[in-house]
Design a protein around this ligand. Structure first.
Ligand SMILES: *[C@@H]1O[C@H](CO)[C@@H](O)[C@H](O)[C@H]1NC(C)=O
Ligand SMILES: *[C@@H]1O[C@H](CO)[C@@H](O)[C@H](O)[C@H]1NC(C)=O
Ligand SMILES: *[C@@H]1O[C@H](CO)[C@@H](O)[C@H](O)[C@H]1NC(C)=O
Length: 460
């Protein structure tokens, strides 16, 4: 209950107590709480839970809480106020999705059906700051399984670290690159990415913020640690443009343009990969830290969005990218010009790449250009793409969804008849789905006890 002190007034304490202990814990609190996100820094002198105990002894007033990357970048449990102060511009996509729902009407239980997607979709619920998996729908193949597990773990991390009660919600998320089934599909679900017209989608942080071990990215925060400890100074980096990738993807046009317009250039280390050819991969694949060893990194869309953007933005390097069609939750923070410029925009077909590279590499320009890398590191690695920000975003998403959730999630499922000790029958209530703690181990929502051992297949 210590966290409640930050509200400061008796009225707030009563409200908070009702939220914690009242049976109607959901929507009213939710809406009110969510609104506060729209007024970041409304009371800059307000302090988060870590400093509230200072009220008990006198002394000079402490300065307002500020986000410090070194101290709090890994803090998954910032309070909601701290989240607003630390990342005032983070919640744009949540605000947009909420505004859309206010226009077209609240989310309904029918919106939570999963059949439309076929596979790669999970129905889940949060109740009393506890994550439940209701229906993991076709998430067992080599593509969906790691993504679904990564997403659930990241979400659970944000929930279990929460400093405050979260509203109860029920929702679905899909781990497909392209969440919707066609141009006219307007289903409602959490997704990693969306096109501008796909307004029904609610963007969540992609699975790579947890880890993407299949491609060698063992842990997002480990990458940040390695870069903090080991990254070269900008001017010591290889003065070339780095890119590795396959041309066999949806956005082939952009990737082919990059390959074409960087061919035979002294500043280019652009090479295509053939994922089906082990020699090719062994020869040419680079780790993310290797990418950060170059002054210039190239970003291209993949099948839809490209999962590597958030990693490349962690480098203290200059990112060159075409305009992105697929939106992720942080893309609005990319700046192509002005004092805050944090990347260099090129044409989708990269035809202006040679000119831009020549310009950037002029000795008289390079120092000026370094500011772009400085801005990127400050805005992304050290602020909006910290693990702390990711957790804040998840909780804002939960609150935003709750504010337009037109139903109350049901925790209890159907009663079942069970044998009682006298050999008669009694009715037993069951909670729906499986709590995350069990799902993380069983990867099922129901199992017999004693359970059959799970078989794990590791190919040799
Ligand atoms: C989806 O499209 C249908 C038909 O245009 C419309 O009636 C409905 O409101 C839309 N649903 C959402 C959530 O936007
Ligand atoms: C596989 O990659 C290597 C190295 O890039 C290349 O020399 C070889 O021709 C490739 N093999 C096939 C079958 O494409
Ligand atoms: C929409 O849902 C919110 C949150 O549950 C609720 O407060 C509001 O009254 C609902 N609006 C309508 C029109 O039902």
């Amino acid at each position: 209950m210590r966290t409640i002190a930050l509200y400061g007034t008796v009225a707030a304490i009563i409200t908070a107590a009702l939220v914690l202990f009242g049976t109607q814990g959901g929507p009213a609190f939710t809406t009110e709480t969510y609104e506060r996100i729209h007024r970041p820094q409304s009371q800059p002198d307000r302090q988060g839970p870590s400093v509230s105990h200072s009220q008990s002894h006198s002394g000079p007033p402490k300065p307002p809480w500020e986000f410090d990357y070194r101290r709090s970048g890994r803090n998954y449990g910032l309070s909601e106020d701290q989240c607003s102060v630390a990342f005032p511009e983070l919640y744009k996509e949540v605000d947009r999705a909420v505004a859309y729902r206010r226009r077209v009407g609240n989310v309904t239980l029918e919106d939570l059906e999963v059949g439309w997607r076929g596979d790669g979709i999970v129905r889940a619920m949060i109740h009393n700051n506890q994550l439940y998996i209701i229906d993991p729908h076709g998430v067992w193949d080599h593509n969906h399984r790691p993504r679904a597990l990564a997403t659930l773990h990241a979400l659970d991390r944000a929930i279990s670290a929460a400093a405050e009660p979260l509203p109860d919600i029920e929702f679905t998320f899909t781990v497909h690159d392209s969440a919707l089934m066609g141009p006219n599909d307007n289903h409602t679900t959490f997704a990693f990415s969306r096109l501008a017209h796909q307004e029904t989608l609610w963007l969540m942080p992609d699975f790579g913020f947890w880890g993407w071990p299949d491609v060698g990215l063992r842990s997002y925060s480990e990458l940040q640690t390695m870069l903090d400890d080991d990254e070269d100074d900008f001017l010591d980096k290889v003065p070339k443009l780095i890119w590795r990738g396959s041309l066999a993807v949806g956005s082939q046009d952009a990737r082919a343009g990059l390959v074409e317009h960087s061919a035979d250039q002294t500043w280019s280390d652009v090479q295509t990969l053939d994922w089906g050819n082990k020699t090719d991969i062994d020869d040419k694949l680079l780790t993310m830290e290797d990418h950060c060893g170059y002054m210039f990194t190239a970003q291209t869309e993949g099948n839809t969005y490209s999962g590597r953007l958030k990693y490349l933005l962690n480098c203290h390097s200059i990112l060159l990218s075409h305009e992105l069609r697929w939106i992720e939750h942080f893309h609005h923070l990319l700046q192509a010009g002005g004092k805050e410029q944090n990347y260099v925009k090129v044409k989708r077909d990269f035809s202006d790449l040679p000119k831009k590279m020549k310009n950037l590499l002029k000795p008289s320009n390079l120092l000026k250009a370094e500011v772009i890398a400085d801005n990127a590191r400050r805005v992304f690695r050290e602020q909006y793409l910290t693990p702390a920000a990711e957790a804040c975003y998840w909780r804002a998403l939960i609150r935003g969804w709750a504010s337009v959730q037109g139903f109350k999630p049901q925790v209890w499922g159907e009663s079942e008849l069970e044998d009682d000790w006298r050999g008669g029958k009694r009715s037993k209530k069951r909670m729906r789905g499986a709590p995350f703690e069990s799902y993380a181990i069983m990867e099922q929502v129901e199992w017999n006890i004693p359970a059959k051992p799970r078989r794990v297949c590791i190919e040799e």
